[in-house]
Design a protein around this ligand. Structure first.
Ligand code: NAD
Ligand code: DAU
Length: 352
């Protein structure tokens, strides 16, 4: 094998697409997927590649310092693509502690292990940290986040991600650890846990359950198909500049209420329901506390310097996503049970 790469959080939504892409596109790399398998981690996401000779799964909690050091000693990684995180804003509002532990302490454990393992021999090594546009805070009606926008995180989730970004940059500045950070906008696509807007709405429409839209549904998000994010990570990993930051985004802003209505129309068509019937399920609920109004990503650095562009239109991506959730009923039923069921009741009974 030419390189051994650690992917953290590879059993999650974005991580599973990154792992699949690297395993298939780079057969000369050994991809080690380290994941704690929290409620959001699901090995079913990788069933199609789990037997590939260049793929290994290691159940690991990145908060466990010794486990992280042991992993580096075992594999002598050339690179790290770090995605493991607690990722849901509403959960971070309900209980921030896990976000501090995994997103901040877990990231520092990985940085320390990489630093010790590479022992100043940095040629060919890379620590790639996958982050979010939420570190920049919130926008009004105009403007977009660039790589130079000052950090201004507003939720416990984004504060923990901002903190991890700062640690990653500090290790570059202080110890010359070779790092790259990318900050991406909202992803959607197959394998996303149905606590996030798009899969939650698809699942509720399917089951004729209320569609909980926070506040007036005026908030705006910039949506990117998950495989385009994985492709950007692949490109940046191989062609990005050490110490650089790249914003990734779809240039595809939608008001939440417009997006939910669009999903209702697509689902009515796919399920053979009368046009307009799913829209009746829309229910405006209490707003998310401190709800960021708008995200918009300026990804011109990535487009101009590395030649990246999204390949999947929103129309095509939503069709694929809806089809995937309608076809993968077993996946959906398995994850929408147990712990998630309790979480859903708790969050939405509170919002009323
Ligand atoms: P996800 O919640 O679907 O998956 C997270 C994965 O991390 C899960 O497999 C989980 O088991 C694992 N994990 C959690 N805690 C762990 C721990 N202590 N040790 C090891 N593994 C642990 O998240 P996602 O949406 O796929 O996001 C992946 C990364 O991308 C995160 O860092 C997130 O901040 C970032 N990001 C997400 C989006 C988005 O729209 N989803 C956008 C930009 C950036
Ligand atoms: O911008 C990138 C971020 O996008 C990632 O870093 C996060 O990990 C990811 O979860 C996502 O954060 P958001 O908070 O934007 O995503 P979420 O799907 O939770 O919500 C999208 C929008 O929809 C947001 O304005 C809140 C709203 N919403 C969400 C849910 C779950 C609703 O109106 N109703 C809902 O039930």
């Amino acid at each position: 094998m030419k390189k051994t790469i650690l992917v953290t959080g590879g059993a999650g939504f974005i991580g599973s697409h990154v792992v699949r892409r690297f395993v298939i596109k780079h057969p000369d790399y050994l991809i080690v997927n380290a994941d704690k398998l929290t409620y959001a981690g699901n090995l079913e996401n990788l069933a199609d590649i789990e037997k590939f000779p260049n793929y290994i799964f290691e159940k690991t909690d990145i908060v466990d310092k010794k486990a992280v050091v042991d992993l580096f000693n075992k594999y002598q990684f050339d690179g790290v693509i770090h995605l493991a995180a607690e990722s849901h804003v509403d959960r971070s509002i309900d209980s921030p502690d896990d976000f501090v532990m995994t997103n901040v302490v877990g990231t520092v454990n990985l940085l320390n292990a990489a630093l010790a393992s590479w022992n100043s021999h940095f040629a060919g090594k890379l620590f790639y940290h996958v982050s979010t546009d939420e570190v920049y805070g919130t926008l009004g009606k105009k403007g977009s986040f660039t790589e130079k926008t000052p950090y201004d995180p507003k939720s416990p989730y984004s504060a923990s991600k901002a903190s991890s970004d700062h640690f990653v940059r500090a290790y570059f500045n202080t110890y010359k650890l070779p790092i790259i950070i990318s900050n991406c906008s909202n992803n959607y696509g197959p394998n996303q846990f149905p606590e996030k807007l798009i899969p939650l709405m698809i699942n509720n429409i399917k089951n004729n359950k209320p569609l909980p839209v926070y506040g007036k549904g005026e908030n705006i998000r910039d949506w990117l198909y998950v495989e385009d994010h994985a492709a950007a990570i692949d490109l940046i990993y191989h062609k990005g500049g050490i110490g650089e930051t790249y914003n990734i985004g779809g240039n595809n802003e939608w008001k939440n209420i417009d997006l939910v209505r669009l999903l209702c129309r697509i689902m009515d068509r796919k399920l053979g329901r009368k046009e307009g019937s799913s829209e009746k399920l829309i229910t405006f609920v209490k707003d998310r506390p401190g709800h960021d109004f708008r995200y918009s990503i300026d990804s011109s650095k990535l487009r101009n310097e590395l030649g990246w562009q999204p390949s999947v239109s929103f129309e095509e991506g939503l069709e694929k996503t809806v089809d995937w959730y309608l076809e993968n009923t077993r996946w959906l039923e398995n994850v929408v049970s147990g712990e998630y069921e309790k979480y859903y009741e708790k969050m939405y009974l509170k919002r009323g």
